[in-house]
Design a protein around this ligand. Structure first.
Ligand SMILES: Cc1ncc(COP(=O)(O)O)c(C=O)c1O
Length: 246
């Protein structure tokens, strides 16, 4: 089984027309079985354009031998007005598969628990191939309790939004570019090959995520944390800029 990757558009968004062209080219020999669409995307934080997504689903979500998966790991952080969740879209496109996780806004990453919503034939197939006891009882109980605690999720999103807004504002003051994000992280252009800044942060106990493996050689992803953690990161970034004479 192979994976075909398609390039992003010039705004770092997922290019649905590039995926469509690839599908058209490859469908002749029926090679593509599943399309994964992360919405929002990691590490860019960009959303799919809703109109383009609906057009894409009109073209591709009714084929009997093609599955479309909307990966909504960061669903709870989205604040864009035009966003339509996959769960809502499934009313019109019942073949759509939507996956979510408790690792992000619910804060349960250590329990390794998530879920997907899919047509029953897909659920049946997953039940045949999944490992036995893949989600333990403690994780299930915690996930159920977490679902009932929507106040926590709201608080988590609000804290993230205020962190994102603050970082965007401060980065603009520092003259650094960042991408508008609908996730709980932001992608930042340090303007230099990223290894040096990564090392600088690591030595001071801060883990950032270089994204040079995606071809973004001067960029890193920063996850939004508590206000005091953000203060530390921004203080260190400022120090690095001053020391490096940027
Ligand atoms: C886009 C996306 N999907 C899915 C996941 C999976 O999260 P988990 O395996 O913790 O549920 C992640 C985690 O980083 C992600 O960024």
């Amino acid at each position: 089984m192979g994976v075909i990757e398609t390039p992003l558009d010039k705004h770092f968004g997922i290019d649905l027309s590039a995926i469509s062209s690839t599908l058209h080219a490859q469908r002749v020999n029926q090679k593509i079985k599943i399309v994964f669409l992360p919405n929002p995307n990691n590490p860019t934080g960009r959303l799919l354009d809703t109109e383009q997504l609906i057009e894409f689903l009109d073209d591709w979500a009714h084929k009997p031998d093609l599955l479309i998966v909307l990966d909504e790991a960061y669903h709870e952080y989205v604040r864009h007005q035009a966003y339509r969740s996959g769960i809502e879209l499934r009313k019109k496109y019942p073949q759509l598969i939507v996956s979510r996780t408790f690792s992000k806004a619910y804060g349960l990453a250590g329990l390794r628990v998530g879920y997907f919503v899919a047509p029953s034939f897909v659920v049946g197939l997953m039940n045949r191939v999944r490992r036995p006891f893949n989600i333990n009882i403690l994780a299930q109980v915690a996930a159920q309790a977490a679902l009932e605690d929507q106040d926590f999720v709201t608080q988590s999103a609000i804290m993230t939004w205020s962190g994102l807004d603050r970082i965007a504002k401060e980065l603009a003051e520092y003259g650094l570019q960042c991408l508008p994000s609908q996730g709980n992280f932001v992608m930042i252009n340090a303007g230099k090959p990223i290894a040096e800044l990564n090392e600088f942060f690591l030595r001071r106990g801060v883990i950032i995520r270089p994204v040079d493996n995606y071809g973004f050689l001067t960029w890193f992803r920063l996850t939004i944390g508590l206000p005091e953690q953000m203060s530390l990161v921004m203080k260190l970034l400022k120090q690095w800029i001053e020391e490096a004479g940027q």
